[in-house]
Design a protein around this ligand. Structure first.
Ligand SMILES: [Zn+2]
Length: 192
């Protein structure tokens, strides 16, 4: 694949004593891609390049940023700590309520299941999308994935409350929030 360079801009680096470059390139299919390159030796030691995605008008846009290595490590630790709590909450939910979940939907009509999972069709997916999904994955797999991925919603549908599970989930949520705040306040991007 060949790249055509559209533009190359020098930008002030985080420590402000050097610069980094942002190169815009176009590939053979006219797709644009950004390349970030650190040209400051101090910042090269202290910072790493990462990216996230922002959704703008339905498209996922890749956004690069610099972040201090130490901050990134903190971010990763918070995320993995949060995941431990979340996984544990799902594990307990599975042990306590998976059977109830299976019974709740046992031999139920597909439309009943869709209504239950989408609060009468008020959220994604639409009935036709739901049919396509269960055709593809099978209803058992679909229900089992839903229970795992939307655990808090699943327990709401079953109308069960479990203090241990909610408290683990709250811990996970607050750690994730802390992680995201840390990233938002420490990432350096777009010094234009
Ligand atoms: Zn620098």
């Amino acid at each position: 694949m060949s790249w055509e360079i559209i533009s190359e801009k020098k930008k002030t680096c985080p420590c402000k004593s050097g610069f980094y470059t942002v190169t815009l390139k176009l590939d053979d299919w006219n797709r644009m891609e950004e390349f970030w390159n650190m040209n400051c030796s101090h910042c090269e030691d202290d910072y790493i390049l990462h990216h996230d995605f922002v959704t703008s008008s339905g498209l996922n846009e890749k956004r690069y940023f610099w972040i201090k290595k130490s901050q990134w490590l903190k971010f990763e630790n918070l995320k993995s700590e949060a995941k431990k709590f979340r996984d544990l909450s799902v594990e307990i939910a599975r042990r306590e309520y998976q059977e109830l979940w299976n019974q709740y939907f046992f031999k139920k009509k597909k439309k009943f299941i869709w209504k239950a999972l989408t609060n009468n069709g008020s959220v994604y997916p639409s009935l036709s999308t739901f049919y396509t999904h269960i055709k593809e994955w099978g209803i058992e797999q679909y229900l089992s994935d839903f229970f795992k991925n939307y655990n808090s919603l699943a327990l709401q549908i079953l109308n069960v409350e479990n203090k241990e599970i909610s408290s683990l989930r709250e811990k996970a949520n607050s750690l994730e929030e802390e992680a995201n705040n840390l990233l938002e306040t420490n990432k350096i991007s777009g010094i234009r």
